[in-house]
Design a binder for this molecule. Sequence first.
Ligand code: DC
Length: 237
Amino acid sequence: MSFNIAIDGPAGAGKSTIAKAAARALGFIYVDTGAMYRALALYVLTHPIDAGDEAAVARAMPGIDVTIAYADGAQQVLLNGENVTDRIRDEQVGNMASKISAYGPVREKLLGLQRSLAARNDVIMDGRDIGTHVLPEAPLKIYLTASVEARAQRRYKELTEKGVTASLEAVAQDIKARDHNDMTRTIAPLRQAEDAVYVDTSDMDIPQVIERIIELYHDRVPGCPSGPQNGGVDGCR
Ligand code: DC
């Protein structure tokens, strides 16, 4: 039986950085479900499809293949066989992912892929509906969040460090709009699962958050060391 950790939370809360590092420390596989939605969004953006028309987006779904692979432990996303891991990171793709992820047929398309990865592997899976929908039986669920101000500051710093011109105000507006979209959609909206641990990272640095996640894992599975050797210890997973 695999052990699954579900991490949900709003855009810019640091989920992927934290989940990636915690997965490495615990010897788990990191699954970034946002990247799967982003791959579908990239397809919509690069084809003559009206993203505002749910039926048109739904019609495109059967022609799209999203596959997950791993290279040196890092998740790679293949869209119809093409590695699009780097191309899906920009804001335009993220915003399109937020828009089309409100559509039932889009969510349905990815659910099976997400569940089968979790059934076959010990995973830390992050997204918006992992604890509430995708893996409702996960033994450890975390709701990772931070204030809009803290998230906007982090994203702004990230963008300016990459040499992208941005305004803090615009970044904050973007984050608020994304929160609104992701939290108010009808199907599988972002919310904290009842049994999820709430972690507010506004005043925490990255190592502190990673440590907190590892601590929470050990609370659930007492006596299990962290690291890839876990599986060798009696009673550990
Ligand atoms: O985490 P991210 O920014 O890469 O996600 C992009 C969008 O994809 C997010 O705004 C909403 C959608 N998403 C979702 O609806 N459910 C998930 N489990 C993950 C992402």
